[in-house]
Ligand binder design. Structure first.
Ligand SMILES: [Fe+2]
Length: 286
């Protein structure tokens, strides 16, 4: 059976890709962020996930304001990076696992969710930056399943709904008959607002609350509406929903392996958090 081995949550700020391309990892501005990654890579080298299920948000690449699904799941054999151009070198396409994708799609529809099913899907910095941070040589040892959560066009799905989606995805993964190790990624956040009167807004206290909740369980965050999260985390801080969905998929024993919080990168409170998950507790909880 497939099992969820953990969740890696990370900011995916486009400038990270630019810093990687320009080899700026050791510059004082970037060092505190990139220093988070060696322990993550060490854990990955030991755990060796077969598939990475990404909870992320599309930035206008596949969906725009004219047609915006609340949730969309990729079921492609291959995902090509079509990021928005910083002069970043093209990275190799990432292979998918359509069989697992369709299993997840079937599971979440059965559980009351209605994702758009994508048999063609390009990927942007929300997926390529975490992939490059995990695997700097761009030789991807794992396939991906992208699950997009709308964080652009209101009405946005709030913490409760994203938690429900995460639970349904977790349940589907755990019922997949193939013996796969699955890593979840929550891509985005933490607090940030890129424009408007509150441009540059960062909420350290709320970020700390979320990072703690990721360890002990995100249920206390479910009292917030999507608009509460906009108020507390900034207009783009709603990417936090991707973290909540990923954490919700893990219902067994969770241990924090690594955490880094650094402000700011660009206008964003950046964070990297790795949680491991044990399947024995899932079996007990089921
Ligand atoms: Fe983003």
């Amino acid at each position: 059976m497939a099992r969820i081995i953990g969740t890696l949550s990370t900011s995916h700020i486009p400038a990270i890709g630019n810093a990687i391309a320009k080899k700026q990892q050791n510059e004082p501005y970037w060092k505190p962020f990139f220093e988070a990654w060696p322990p993550v890579r060490e854990w990955l080298a030991h755990e060796r996930p077969d598939v990475i299920v990404f909870f992320y948000n599309d930035h206008g690449l596949n969906f725009f304001l004219d047609k915006m699904p609340t949730f969309a799941i990729g079921a492609c054999a291959e995902y090509v990076s079509e990021d928005e151009g910083w002069g970043i070198p093209t990275i190799p396409s990432i292979k998918g696992n359509p069989k697992l994708s369709w299993h997840i799609i079937n599971g979440v529809v059965e559980d009351g969710f209605d994702p758009v099913m994508c048999q063609e899907m390009a990927v942007d910095h929300a997926i390529t930056n975490p992939m490059l941070l995990m695997y700097p040589d761009a030789h991807w040892p794992a396939a991906i399943v992208p699950i997009a959560i709308n964080s652009i066009q209101h009405p946005l799905p709030g913490p409760k709904r994203c938690y429900g989606l995460g639970r349904a995805v977790g349940k589907a993964i755990e019922s997949y008959p193939e013996d796969l190790k699955v890593l979840l990624v929550g891509s985005g956040g933490l607090s940030h607002q890129l424009d408007g009167a509150r441009a540059g807004f960062i909420n350290k206290a709320f970020d700390a609350e979320c990072l703690e909740a990721m360890v002990s369980g995100v249920e206390p965050l479910l009292k917030y509406s999507s608009l509460d999260v906009v108020e507390k985390a900034g207009a783009q801080g709603v990417e936090l929903m991707c973290w909540i969905a990923a954490r919700a998929a893990m219902q067994g024993d969770v241990t924090e392996v690594a955490r880094t919080y650094h402000i700011p990168i660009s206008n964003t409170a950046s964070a990297v958090q790795l949680l491991s998950h044990t399947r024995t507790a899932i079996a007990k909880a089921a």
